[in-house]
Structures are given as C-alpha cells and as structure tokens.
Design a protein around this ligand. Structure first.
Ligand SMILES: [Zn+2]
Length: 406
C-alpha cells in the first residue's frame, strides 16, 4: 500500500511538475531539503526514527488517533522525500509508513509518543543532515489525550501549509474534546526504607509528605472535578521509575511530587516549587558540552536517563509544568512562607514522565521549627492543601478555556 502511494506520488509529480513547483514556491518551499534515507530501529518500548537529508530538516510531529489506528504524523517542513529514498521495513513499534510530499505517517503497533527530537548537523564522518526522533511507549489513554490536543495544531499546520487531508484520513480524535475528569497524580516522596529528611523532634519527611498528600487528595476529591491517585498511600518504598510509570498508566493530566526540604541553616523556611526546566536545562547543557551532541546518536540505542532528560527539556519549552508552577507559587504564598533555592537533583527523576506536566513541591523545611509545627498541624496541612487545590483549579480552568476555544 505504501509503495503504491509512493508510486502514485511519483507519477503525479511527473505529470504535474510545473504545478508542483508553483505550489512549492507558494508554500515557501523554495529551498526544500531532499531526504535520502529513512531508518527505523528499536522495539515496542523505544523506537528511533532517523531521517537523513541534504539540508537541515525542520519538523513538527503530531499524534493522530482515530478509526482504530494510532499514528505519528511527521511533517517535514519544506522537505520532500527524494524519489530514491529507501523505505524501511516495519520495525520497532512501527508497522506501516505512508510517505507523501513533506510528511511521513508512521502507524504504530503500540501507543508511543515523541520523547526526543534532535537535529544533527553534518560531521566529517556523516556529511548529511539528520533528524532523530525517539519514540517511547506510553499508556493508550495518554496517547489519545495527547492526540486530542494535537488535533487543532495539526489542522492549523495543514491550513498554513495547504495540505488537503485525503478522504478518511487524519480525522483524529474529536476536536478539542474536554476530558470528563482530570487525572491528578500526587506522589508523596520517599517511604519505607527511605525516610527522607528528619526534623529536630524526629518527624520524618516520608510521614509528613504522606499526610500532606492525603490531605490534598481529600481537598481535590471534594470538588468532584478530579480523579486523584497517590503513588503510595502508606509507608512503602517505591522506585522513581515506578512512580513515573504509575502516572503514565493512570493517564495523569498533572503530576505533583511532594517533598519536604532540609537546610544547613535552620532559619530557612517555606515552600518551594520546582519544574524540570531551569535546572534540567543546565544539566543537559553540561551533558551536551562534555559529550557533544553526536555522542548519543553514535551508539544507536535508546538513551537512558540523561537522554530522557534531554527530551524533556525540549518538550518543556511547550509544557504546562511551568504554567502550573507559576499559578502554584502565589497560592502557596497565601498559605505560608515561600522560598526559592536550589534542589537536590536526584528527585528530578520523578518529573520525567513524557508529556505529563509535573512539578516537585517542597512543602517546607524540616530543619525549621515553625515549618515543622505548621506541617505537623492539621490546620497547617489543610491551608497548604487548599492552596495547592486553588492552583490546580486555576490551572484546569485555563485548560478548559483552551478546550472551549478549539
Ligand atoms: Zn524529599
């Protein structure tokens, strides 16, 4: 089916070369990159797409869900697929390809989302420009939600680039459909054999943050607007990876990891909100500088944490994490002291779920007596939970407005 499509495109091109050139010009494709290779590697967890061309490859990727299919629609802005480009055999989670002018539709056997997109300039060893797209497996519900969000963007992309959808193609999920219930995942930090920080009077972070998280769950459930999950509801240890997978599998619309801080200076007090961006970006910059951007590509395998971190940074520019953090900080300030400081990096793993807006909330300092008193008291916990709840309401109010605008 694919080869037939390509063949149709080829004969179409030959017959309508003049019209084609005119369209390219009109659409601003005068300097179209020519693609010479499409390669796919990986498995049903991680799949990598590599596209090589003779010029820099601008791209946008959209998820498409509908009619029993899940696809990644890769728009190669200003590119055309060279007529001699080899089409790869089905591989990884991709079982079919449709190549058209300036776009490639990848059909997925299992729901996957783009975790990373890297544009690589030519090197002495590799004279071509390369675009590397890494896909990572996600829960079906997460894919479908993201595809629903992508629908509007994909439609406007098509309008701008004058792409006419083929009959029965690319309808996607219902445009701008608002979910019935938003899924909020609260992640009480530490637990079990990992107690976290401790206070002067023997309070453990794992217990303080669990109590705070349970209170937040109560506050959120009261509104009837949210489906709330906790990564743990008792004193048990859970791996960071598992916390992330839980959030994915539940189809989280928002992920809040709750911690309590410790400082050498007992005078430091207050809550702090962290998103991945600010610190993660520095970390990725360091990794990029020490390794060089080509490094992750040479080994050809899926990248581990550092790679995923890099992906997230890319995504983070568009992500909602910082929007939520900006709503959360002023609400917290109404409930108690708020500080900004640096954070221990190891906790950031929990912020790495692809496409789940995530913040890490340090609710206070266990090294500060008034914070300990505040967080240990029922009224202190309630005030904190209500502040977070107001921020969550405002965040999803905004989301509702965006859905309505579609
Ligand atoms: Zn902690």
């Amino acid at each position: 089916m694919l080869r037939k499509r390509v063949g149709k495109m080829v004969s179409g091109l030959i017959r309508k070369t003049a019209l084609f050139a005119a369209c390219l010009w009109v659409a601003g494709f005068a300097y179209a990159a020519e693609i010479s290779e499409i390669a796919v590697t990986g498995d049903s967890e991680y799949t990598r797409i590599m596209i090589a061309g003779d010029d820099a490859l601008d791209h946008e990727a959209f998820l498409v869900s509908g009619e029993g299919r899940r696809q990644v629609d890769l728009k190669l802005t200003g590119s055309r697929v060279a007529l001699n480009a080899e089409t790869p055999a089905p591989q990884g989670a991709i079982d079919a390809y449709e190549i058209r002018n300036g776009e490639i539709l990848f059909s997925l056997t299992t729901p996957m989302m783009v975790s990373r997109a890297l544009s690589l300039s030519p090197t002495t060893a590799e004279p071509r420009h390369r675009l590397v797209i890494d896909l990572v497996r996600v829960a079906p519900i997460r894919f479908d939600k993201a595809a629903a969000r992508d629908t509007a963007a994909r439609t406007s992309y098509a309008a701008i680039h004058e792409i006419k959808p083929e009959p029965g193609q690319g309808r996607g999920t219902e445009l701008g459909k608002r979910p019935d219930e938003y899924v909020v995942v609260i992640d009480p930090g530490h637990g079990g054999r990992d107690p976290g920080a401790s206070s002067h009077n023997g309070k453990r972070e794992k217990a303080i943050v669990l109590a705070a998280s349970l209170e937040l769950k109560r506050v959120l459930e009261r509104s009837g607007r949210y489906k709330v999950h906790l990564t743990r509801e008792d004193d048990r240890y859970i791996e960071h990876e598992d916390r992330v997978s839980m959030a994915r599998n539940w189809g989280a619309d928002l992920f809040i990891s709750v911690h309590a801080d410790a400082a050498a200076n007992s005078g430091v007090s207050g809550a702090t909100v962290y998103t991945l961006s600010a610190r993660g970006e520095r970390r990725v910059d360091r990794t990029a500088m020490s390794n060089g951007w080509d490094m992750p590509i040479e080994d050809g395998t899926s990248q581990e944490v550092s790679g995923i971190l890099a992906d997230l940074i890319k995504r983070e520019t568009k992500s909602n994490s910082s929007i939520f953090a900006d709503l959360l900080t002023p609400e917290l300030a109404k409930a108690g002291p708020v500080v900004r400081n640096s954070h221990r990096e190891e906790n950031f793993f929990v912020l790495l779920a692809p496409d789940v807006p995530a913040v890490l909330l340090e609710i206070g300092f266990l090294t500060n007596r008034s914070d300990v008193a505040r967080l240990s008291s029922e009224s202190g916990r309630r005030k904190m939970a209500e502040a977070v709840g107001r921020a969550i309401d405002r965040y999803f109010d905004r989301r509702d407005m965006l859905y309505a605008a579609n």
